[in-house]
Design a protein around this ligand. Structure first.
Ligand SMILES: [Zn+2]
Length: 453
């Protein structure tokens, strides 16, 4: 294995070339939500893969094309599926950018451009790592498959059907991706899963129309009160869902995961001050990170009834609507939770309407697997500091496509700086973070090759 120090200096001596490669991708807008430039960008990613010595081609989906690349011996004992996305968020609001979003600009050690951290500068790290190792005569003896999609910022709507239509092509032993920001301390983050999600709407009715609150006030049922009373039956004061079946199947953290939770740095007072709150919600005997990773949420995401506009309106609202959102944890499925909510609602308000808006299963890989440990060790070597290891992220991503549909262990890490401002104006990636990502993927590929082939 090439020592990390050598990798660093070899990356440094090629850094201008790497920046040019990155800038070429950044200059190509690829806004999936607006359908701008995605085909062109997929083509550029294929060219980038090819110029790194990776066989590459475009694969079509119902939406944006996938840039696919493959390299390594056919009889390799280990195949790593590397995921990334070349599409970016819309750059708006444009007047808040200090330089053009699609004209990469270096200021104060940072590259500013839409998509530099999320995700072009991160997946490119893995492509350049393969190129670097090949040039050093140390191409890893594993197979690498690159799946760079173009719809992540627009909900990865065709990813599941694409992956399932290409199961043989995507056969692998593990999944790897770098996306997201590092820990505020500057340590990289390794995470092994995400929460799932269920979004639903509940609509409750009083009378069949809004009514004068004087002429009709008293005997006429009020939609808003009906909804508030319903909601009050759905949650305990402690912040748990009071819905039968809601927690069915929820898997508590393993001892190993509990230990990881304890090791995640957490500034309790600082967090409260930062958010302007005096305390945290949820059961008092559960840690902050256990609540975020291993407890489902039951959230009111929106509430609407009656009139709160200017002046006053004397009205008995007919209708009241709540948007519910639940983040789901391993062991739960969106439709099972929806069913529990529906049953509860039917019991209290039989004529209420319940409508599913969106759902996505959670996904988890065991951090105790050998490949998980290899990835953590690789990041520690590459950065010279232990990564922050998170069993799960609180957020939701379509990870289940890889863990559940393809049955792969899925390992994520983060190469972008904490303040990358992705999705916001002045998105940036530090030169250091871009450099470190190339080194980190080089170490990871070598370590996997050394341990599994
Ligand atoms: Zn994003």
């Amino acid at each position: 294995m090439i020592p990390v120090e050598t990798l660093r200096s070899e990356v440094d001596s090629r850094f201008d070339e790497y920046l040019q490669t990155l800038f070429r991708l950044l200059r190509q807008p690829s806004i999936s939500a607006q359908g701008v430039g995605v085909d062109e960008c997929a083509g550029l990613v294929v060219q980038t893969l090819e110029s790194a010595g990776i066989d590459a081609r475009i694969l079509q989906t119902e939406g944006s094309p996938v840039a696919y690349g493959e390299v390594g011996p056919d009889d390799a004992k280990f195949t790593l599926l590397v995921y990334g996305h070349y599409d970016v968020q819309p750059p708006e609001p444009l007047d808040e950018w200090h330089s053009e979003p699609f004209e990469p600009t270096i200021r104060d050690g940072r590259i500013y451009a839409r998509g530099v951290g999320d995700n072009k500068g991160q997946f490119l790290g893995s492509i350049l790592a393969f190129k670097l190792l090949s040039e050093l005569g140390a191409a890893p003896g594993i197979k690498l498959k690159f799946l760079i999609e173009g719809e992540e910022e627009n909900g990865s709507r065709n990813l599941r059907s694409f992956v399932n239509a290409h199961r043989d092509l995507l056969k692998a032993d593990a999944f790897f991706a770098a996306d997201g920001p590092q820990h505020p301390s500057g340590r990289p983050v390794v995470f092994f899963g995400v929460r799932g999600m269920l979004a639903a709407e509940v609509k409750v009715r009083g009378a069949n129309r809004d009514l004068h609150s004087g002429n009709w006030g008293g005997p006429i049922p009020n939609g808003a009160w009906k909804l508030v009373e319903l909601l009050s039956t759905m949650r305990t004061p402690e912040g748990r869902a009071a819905i039968e079946g809601f927690y069915d199947g929820v898997e508590p953290p393993t001892d190993f995961e509990r230990k990881l939770l304890e090791e995640i740095p957490f500034d309790e007072e600082g967090t409260k001050a930062h958010l302007g709150i005096t305390g945290f919600d949820g059961p008092a005997d559960m840690s902050y990170y256990e609540k975020i990773m291993f407890q489902p949420t039951f959230t009111i995401a929106g509430l609407n009834s009656g009139y709160t506009g200017e002046g006053k309106k004397s009205v008995i609202p007919s209708e009241a609507v709540v948007r519910l959102e639940c983040r789901l944890v391993p062991g739960q499925q969106p439709d099972q939770v929806l069913e529990a909510i529906e049953q509860h609602v039917r019991m209290y308000v039989p004529d209420a309407e319940v409508r599913k808006l969106a759902g996505q299963p959670p996904s988890k890989t065991s951090p105790e697997l050998p490949i998980s440990q290899t990835a953590v060790a690789a990041m520690a070597d590459a950065y010279g500091v232990n990564p922050v290891v998170m069993p799960l992220l609180g957020a939701t991503a379509p990870n289940y496509i890889f863990t559940d549909d393809l049955g792969l262990p899925a390992i994520w890490t983060t190469y972008a700086n904490y303040d990358e401002d992705n999705h916001a104006p002045n998105e940036n990636m530090t030169l250091q973070a871009f450099r470190d990502g190339i080194v980190a993927s080089s170490v990871l590929f070598q370590k996997i090759a050394a341990e599994y082939s």
